[in-house]
Structures are given as C-alpha cells and as structure tokens.
Write a protein that binds this ligand. Structure first.
Ligand SMILES: Cc1ncc(COP(=O)(O)O)c(C=O)c1O
Length: 348
C-alpha cells in the first residue's frame, strides 16, 4: 500500500537532486569554522533574511533555545504565546537549561498576541518584586493556530513595543518562507523587526536536518558558544548543509503549491458530515478540523483507522485532527485522503 503521510511537513524526505548535492558536498571541520559548504549556507542565509550573520544548528528547538539563552539571563522573563511551539513543544528547555521564566499570553485565533496584553504583561524593571521582562518571542507561521500568518504590520507593532520597553524580540520562523510566499512579500519584510530569528530547513523545504539561527554578528558569536555548550558543534556538517543550500535555491517558490493543496483538502473535508473545519480557509500548508461529538471516534481512533487505510494524520487533541501538505503530496493523494476520511467517518 502507498502511504499518504499528512501528519507533518517534518516527514519530508530529501529529493533525489538534494541527495546528489549532499553526496558531492565539499566538507571541513565546522567547529574550526572550516566547512566551506556550511560557510556558504550561512552567508547565503544572512543575505536572504537581511541579517548580519547566521549559524547552522541541528534543529529548530536548538535554535530557539540558543536564542533565548543569548538574550536572557537566569531569572529573566519571556513573553510567549500559549499555543507556541517554544512554550508547549520544546521540553521547557528555556526553563530547564536557561533558567528563563515564560509569561504565556493567549494566542488569538489569528495567531497574534493582543498588543495590549503584551504591554500590560511587561514588568516594571525598577520593582525588585518582579522578575525582569527581557524578551518577546513570536511564531510565524503560527503552527497550533492553523499555520496562520503574522503580517508585517503586526510584526512592526510588536517590534515598536519591544523597543519602547527595551525588550528583545525573537522570531520562531520555522515556516517563515510559507509566510512570505503566502503574503507575496520578500522574507526580509517579515524578519527585519526581530533581533533574532530562526527558520527550519527540515520541514516544507525537505532537507533532512538543520535550522538556521540569524541575527547580529555579536548575537551569532554568543550563539556559537552556546551551540557548543549544548553539544551542537558538528564536524563535517557540509553534507547536510548542502541540502539546505539546494532547498533555498530551488524549493521556496513551490511552497505555494502546498498551500493550494491544503485549500483543496480543506474543501473536501468541509463536505464530509461529522467533520468540522476550524473557521477560515487554510492560510498555508496546515489544516485543522474537529470531529463532531455525535461521532464515536476520538481523534486518535480516527487517525488509527485512517492509517489502516494508508492515510496518516495527526491527532493533537481529543477530537482535533491536523493535516499538513508538503513536497511529497500530490493532487491525487489529496483526493484519496478525502475519500478515506469520508469512508472512515461513515463507520464512526
Ligand atoms: C513552529 C515550530 N517551531 C520550532 C519547531 C522545532 O523544530 P525541530 O523539530 O527541528 O526541533 C517546530 C517543529 O515542528 C515548529 O513547528
């Protein structure tokens, strides 16, 4: 049976062309700063996102953790969305390893944090009762809100608040290219507000491993030290960096195809009795829908049944399903996935 894997864009395998460039990559010892392919990737990325420097790291989780640890000392506080990946899904590394306190604010349906909520959660730094607010961390696209996009005007407004209060602003842009393709704007328009940002090569861009952490020269100098402390200094990393270069040069523009297919998937699912799409069309490559209460399946059971029929889906809540389109999903697979869900739900 051909498996249709719609659980996440992290399941993407490298393309054949990507495997070729990996096999041919020139390499050196990256801890010595001598891997020419890593160096080329880092320069390419800094230029692409409009920041002084970038650093190749093993994962998005590591990139976010390093950024938080560079920006904050132990006991500092970070304002962060209550549905964000950093807050929910990174093992609490900011607290466990960085000693940083989260100040979680409600993510709105559109993925934003209310600007007044942000303003009112910044502690006065002259009152010793409070920890010191140091950092605002946002996510774009905002995964758990349905892959929704934060627009430039919103990012401008948050950056304004950060500078008024002497705070730093880190952007988890794991899927920032999905946001820039969706909005039709240069990615720099969505990164220039932040003091640091990271994005992942290993999601919709198909690379097997790797994320890029970006910021000023001084920030990246500190980040490199913390990467080493975390055991993230790797040696002939050019083999995986080559995949990143290939992805950035060839696979950004096609992300729009994934968005179109997510829309098509959403339209198909919207017609199935017993399933309810969360409001709003999918903005990028993710769709979320819920199972009606009168259907016996839990999300996990539905996912198990669908997997038996060859369609893998994600069950992030008791009645909540997530599906994500990506490079390896074509139109025919979208039709098949809708048919399988229709069949399975009719048995529920
Ligand atoms: C928004 C967001 N940020 C960060 C990450 C972490 O990336 P990684 O899995 O490479 O650690 C993910 C992973 O899915 C994500 O969705």
């Amino acid at each position: 049976m051909n498996i249709i894997d719609l659980r996440s864009d992290t399941v993407t395998q490298p393309t054949p062309e990507m495997r070729e460039v990996m096999a041919r990559a020139e390499v050196g010892d990256d801890v010595y700063g001598e891997d020419p392919t890593v160096n080329r990737l880092q320069e390419l990325v800094a230029e692409l996102v409009g920041m002084e420097k970038s650093l190749f790291v093993s994962s998005g989780t590591m990139a976010n953790l390093i950024a938080i640890m560079v920006h904050c000392n132990r006991g500092h506080e970070m304002i962060v969305g209550n549905k964000s990946h950093v807050y929910l899904d990174e093992g609490g590394g900011y607290a466990a390893l960085g000693g940083v306190l989260p100040f979680p604010l409600q993510n709105q349906i559109d993925g934003t944090l209310d600007l007044e909520d942000i303003r009112s959660s910044i502690w006065s730094d002259t009152d010793p009762h409070h920890s010191q607010t140091k950092l605002i961390t946002l996510e774009n696209t905002q995964n758990n809100c349905g892959g929704v996009v934060l627009e430039k005007s919103y990012l401008d407004a948050v950056s304004q608040i950060a500078s008024e209060h002497n705070l730093l602003f880190h952007l988890d842009g794991a899927r920032i290219f999905n946001a820039s393709v969706k909005l039709g704007v240069d990615v720099k328009e969505l990164t220039k507000q932040a003091d640091s940002m990271m994005f992942c090569l290993s999601k919709g861009l198909c690379a097997p491993i790797g994320s890029m952490l970006c910021g000023t020269k001084e920030f990246i100098f500190q980040a490199n030290r913390i990467r080493k402390q975390l055991g993230g200094g790797t040696r002939q990393a050019g083999i995986i960096a080559a995949a990143g270069i290939y992805a950035l040069e060839n696979l950004i523009d096609r992300l729009g195809e994934d968005h179109e297919r997510a829309k098509k998937l959403g339209q198909g699912i919207g017609k199935i009795d017993g399933l309810k799409m969360t409001p709003g069309a999918p903005e990028t490559n993710m769709i979320f829908f819920s199972i009606d209460e009168n259907i016996q399946w839990s999300a996990e059971e539905l996912a198990e049944e669908a997997a038996r029929e060859g369609v893998k889906i994600d069950a992030p809540g008791p009645k909540l399903i997530r599906m994500v389109t990506h490079y390896w999903i074509d139109d025919e697979m979208i039709n098949q996935a809708v048919q399988v869900l229709d069949k399975v739900i009719s048995q529920g």
